[in-house]
Design a protein around this ligand. Structure first.
Ligand code: MLT
Ligand code: ZN
Length: 507
């Protein structure tokens, strides 16, 4: 029997199938370095028909397929397991903007388009595509769709899901769901596309999307302010939204340590304010009207808050350069954390009004239980989404610090649960949080998710072991339940079960 790679080459061309260790190495490790997988091939199709052929073949041969975009997942969602029996399906060559309809405020982009390319295509047409993330220069729109990405403008424009009108998706058996509608109103039965958004490649491979555009931004006002505490930040957000109607587009919270880490580790980042304060916010108002008095609105709100002692100091961006400097500080926090040493990440959300109390209780817990760690809690307060991260304390042993990951995560996620929040606000589940989903999702939700997975991917070839645990032989009968919640936590580096190829396949 011909090997899988031979068959793949026959179908989509030799240059689209990589097997040499040096060629495939970049696709086998996630960007946090948590997972190091193996793969029998990396395929780089150029068209949806080729994706379809790859999936049809893999479905027939029961080969696991791991879709791969910009490799910026925080949860190992795009990394194959260690079996060497999966292929990586990289979408980078599907990188065309198929259409821009300025009059209809829509754009059709292929999955491999880098987010920044989509933003620029919209901008060239005097429109705005509002999804904005620190990794926008490398993450791909297919990954943004598959993970329902969030970012820094969710407050105003919603998450990726809210920006989608239609999708083109290749199903597990190779059939293509072609639904790139530009329609904003279309109540024709179930909203099938919704299933694929946020499914992390476990239900189908998104190859293109019809996206919503907005009026281009023509005025903007940005401030970096020190606030008395988290409650003051939440109050300021409420006040700004009242005064500025729906013009607040970003509202980010940063602790002092984020300023310290970025100014220390990221060249060119400077503290916009003097003195040392406990909490800061980076807030931005924006409008498509060039003459909107945004700076005035922002200044008045900040001055009033200063008078009440809620804001302690503030700097308004006087130029695009200032604005970029504020954002550079904010967007460099993950990289600064990485350069500072080992870190534990918790991408949580709670109702905005409950954030202050959550931060108080969570900080107390960290202080009392993790003496070798320092809290770096920052994020998108406007959405109730905090990256409640911890970094190893200076001089701490990274291995000993990381060994606490399970305990720390359990305590923080249990607290989040008690606050009615989510343990995965915007980063998804990937491989990292499969056990967390089993623990915190209700039995009904899990049953539905498993039923949907079985219906769309009966052979379990799509991104096996991501979001839902890959069923083992004894779990394969439809209707049988998987393991009890939390009973089989897997830590990075341990082995997943994945569909096995029918013949020996390594090349
Ligand atoms: C961010 O908002 O910077 C990210 O989503 C990353 C993080 O968890 O650090
Ligand atoms: Zn974030």
């Amino acid at each position: 029997m011909r090997t899988l790679s031979d068959q793949l080459r026959e179908r989509i061309g030799a240059d689209a199938v990589l097997t040499a260790p040096a060629d495939i190495a970049p696709y086998l490790t996630d960007h946090r370095g948590l997972y190091h997988g193996r793969a029998c091939a990396v395929v780089l199709p150029r068209a949806v028909e080729q994706v379809s052929q790859v999936l049809a073949l893999c479905n027939e041969r029961r080969i696991g397929v791991v879709p791969h975009g910009g490799n910026t997942s925080y949860c190992g969602g795009a990394t194959p397991d260690e079996s060497g029996r999966q292929i990586v399906l990289a979408l980078a060559r599907l990188d065309r903007i198929r259409a821009v309809d300025a009059a209809g405020f829509t754009l059709v982009a292929e999955a491999g388009c880098v987010l920044q390319t989509v933003q620029r295509a919209a901008d060239d047409a005097e429109r705005l595509f509002p999804l904005s993330l620190g990794s926008e220069g490398s993450c791909q729109i297919g990954g943004n769709l598959a993970t329902n990405a969030g970012g820094t403008q969710v407050l105003r424009y919603g998450m990726m899901r809210d920006l989608v009108l239609g999708l083109e998706v290749v199903l597990a058996d190779g059939r293509v769901l072609s639904s790139l509608t530009p329609l904003r109103k279309d109540n024709t039965g179930y909203d099938v596309k919704s299933l694929f958004l946020g499914s992390e490649g476990t239900l189908g491979v998104i190859t293109a999307a019809s996206l919503k555009l907005y009026p281009k931004i023509r005025s903007v006002a940005t401030a970096f302010a020190a606030v008395a505490d988290v409650q003051a930040a939440v109050d300021l957000l409420g006040e700004l939204r009242e005064r500025g109607a729906d013009l607040v587009s970003s509202f980010e919270l940063l602790p002092r340590i984020a300023v310290d880490l970025t100014t220390r580790h990221i060249p060119g980042v400077a503290d916009p304010l003097g003195g040392s304060h406990t909490w800061y916010v980076l807030c931005e108002l924006s409008s498509s009207r060039a003459e909107e008095p945004l700076a005035e609105t922002l200044e008045t709100a900040l001055a009033a808050a200063l008078e009440r002692g809620k804001v302690l100091d503030a700097a308004l961006a006087k130029s695009e350069r200032d604005r970029e400097a504020f954002w550079r500080l904010r967007e460099s926090v993950p990289e600064a954390q990485r350069r500072d040493g080992a870190s534990l990440k918790h991408d949580i959300s709670v109702p905005v009004a409950r954030l202050p109390e959550f931060v108080r209780q969570g900080s107390e817990w960290v202080r009392d239980h993790v003496p070798d760690g320092r809290l770096v809690a920052y994020g998108h307060v406007g959405d109730g989404n905090l990256h409640f991260n911890l970094n190893q304390a200076p001089g701490a042993d990274p291995a000993a610090f990381l060994a606490r990951a399970e305990t720390v995560m359990r305590a923080i996620h249990d607290l989040v649960q008690a606050f009615g929040g989510s343990f995965s606000a915007e980063h998804g589940i990937g491989r990292l949080k499969v056990a967390e989903l089993e623990r915190y999702a209700s039995a009904v939700e899990l049953d539905l998710m498993r039923a949907i997975k079985r219906a769309l991917d009966p052979n379990g070839i799509l991104n096996p072991g991501k979001v839902l645990r890959a069923p083992g032989p004894r779990d394969r009968t439809p209707g049988t339940r998987d393991h009890a919640p939390g009973t089989r936590d897997r830590t990075p580096g341990t082995r997943d079960r994945s569909p096995e190829p029918r013949d020996e396949e390594t090349s």
